[in-house]
Design a protein around this ligand. Sequence first.
Ligand code: SF4
Ligand code: SF4
Length: 172
Amino acid sequence: MSTNIVTNLEYIKTNAALHHTQNALLRKALMQHTTHDVDAVVTTIANAVTAKIDCTTCANCCKTLHPDLQLQEIVALAQELTITPQEFKYKYADNPNATSENCHFKNKPCAFLTNDKCTVYSLRPLSCADFPNLHKPNFKYRYKRIMEFYNMCPIIYNTIQQLKTYYLTPQI
Ligand code: SF4
Ligand code: SF4
């Protein structure tokens, strides 16, 4: 299995656009295996990839996405900043009047990112902590959603490339 790890974001963005056919083949191949087996392979590969990538030198998710904000996360972050939750929402959320179900950080890069480090790391929202979501079950049914981030997250990109080697390379 290839262990060559790519972290150059420009390369990943450009190269990702060339892989539509292979990505579709991988999706087909995943559907031919059990959910349990696919999740086990994904976990093994994703853990190995993650161990080789330093997110603090990437931070691309913090620069390019709008993570979800839950109400209790807004309350905790507001308390940390000694402002009210409503003030927090006006300053940092995309929709100050939103319910927690449709509230997200509005700034890109995230207002809490400094020198590629999260300044509220212990209080970061679950959607930040969970990204890139490769550890969750039912990968083959979440494949389409995961692939929305294939061209911007090195962990996803390298995991998918290695999954192709695993599932699409003919076994001798
Ligand atoms: S999760 Fe992906 S996009 Fe975010 S910092 Fe790590 S490698 Fe970069
Ligand atoms: S809260 Fe922290 S982890 Fe989440 S996007 Fe902002 S800087 Fe990144």
